[in-house]
Design a protein around this ligand. Structure first.
Ligand SMILES: NC(=O)c1ccc[n+]([C@@H]2O[C@H](COP(=O)([O-])OP(=O)(O)OC[C@H]3O[C@@H](n4cnc5c(N)ncnc54)[C@H](O)[C@@H]3O)[C@@H](O)[C@H]2O)c1
Length: 274
């Protein structure tokens, strides 16, 4: 089935860059974009992983996919990534700025606030904020130069607009460690919302839309204590499945949202409504 309204969601003939493309959500985002017809540039830290995932995508969907190793916090790495992407596909129509860091040693990411190291603070900021800006700046310049009516989607978090309820973390484990939501995560994800509004208003008249995607907590192997305590704070009484983030991304990436810019689309099971 197709039709003039359904077709607005299609991305055939468009090319999308997804940063953090082999992460838990990134893989679903890439699959969703490919299913709606977009060619893909899958960007992440490890060349073997992006190559492998790009071949999976091209086998599974009727699109072309290219994996590019890139550290988004490194200016020359971002420049080289965009040059490779443009050499292969010519034009980039969609950017999903989605990479985020939990520091190289994940235990440090979950350190107590009063002891949080400034090196770790800067490491997270260098990816979540600087890296997001570096990629938006490079791809935005490419879209402006080529007069592409592009869509940029930047992943923030529910903790970019709300503080975490720290009471839920007692006994909560994930990735082999006791967890919390660190201040640097909230600060960096709040910065994404501000950056998005700025770029949206700056580039709006040139046809480039910029929106924020705000996921709530996604089930990805957290222990049952966390899952239960988190779910108790959610009107829908559960965590999200990763697949549930994809519809919002497709909507923002496609012409279905052609008059929406500078907004934040919250996919949180109702958490922020309470
Ligand atoms: N999973 C959740 O519950 C949740 C909730 C709210 C927001 N988010 C946000 O959604 C996005 C995706 O989250 P996820 O759960 O898939 O996380 P993830 O950690 O599985 O994926 C993040 C990806 O970013 C990559 N990355 C890290 N540093 C990088 C760098 N310097 N350059 C390039 N790539 C880099 C990692 O290698 C990883 O593949 C993130 O922005 C995250 O903050 C996730």
């Amino acid at each position: 089935m197709s039709g003039k309204y359904m077709n607005r969601f299609r991305l055939d003939g468009k090319t999308a860059i997804v940063t953090g493309g082999v992460g838990i959500l990134g893989r679903h985002f890439c699959q969703g974009l490919a299913e709606f017809g977009a060619n893909l540039i899958i960007v992440d830290l490890d060349q073997a992983q992006v190559d492998q995932f790009a071949s999976e995508i091209s086998r599974q969907y009727d699109v072309q996919a290219l994996g590019i190793q890139c550290d988004v916090s490194n200016e020359s790495s971002v420049t080289a990534m965009l040059a490779k992407a443009v050499a292969k596909f010519g034009k980039i129509h969609v950017l999903h700025n989605n990479a985020a860091s939990k520091t190289k040693d994940v235990k440090r990411f979950f350190a107590e606030t009063e002891r949080f190291s400034m090196d770790d603070w800067r490491e997270v900021m260098s990816v979540n904020v600087d890296g997001m800006f570096l990629v938006a700046r490079a791809v935005g310049a490419h879209m402006l130069k080529n007069e592409i009516k592009g869509s940029v989607i930047q992943t923030s978090s529910i903790y970019g607009i709300l503080a975490p309820d720290t009471r839920i973390y007692e006994g909560s484990h994930y990735l082999g460690t006791q967890i919390n939501t660190p201040a640097v995560y909230c600060a960096s994800k709040a910065a994404v919302v501000g950056m998005t509004r700025y770029l949206a208003t700056l580039w709006g008249a040139r046809g480039i839309r910029v929106n924020t995607l705000i996921p709530g907590g996604v089930q990805s192997g957290q222990n049952s204590v966390f899952t239960e305590k988190y779910s108790a704070r959610i009107p829908m009484a559960r965590m999200a499945d990763p697949e549930e983030m994809v519809g919002a991304l497709i909507f923002l990436a496609s012409d279905a949202s052609s008059y929406i810019t500078g907004q934040a689309l919250v996919v949180d099971g109702g958490l922020s409504a309470w």
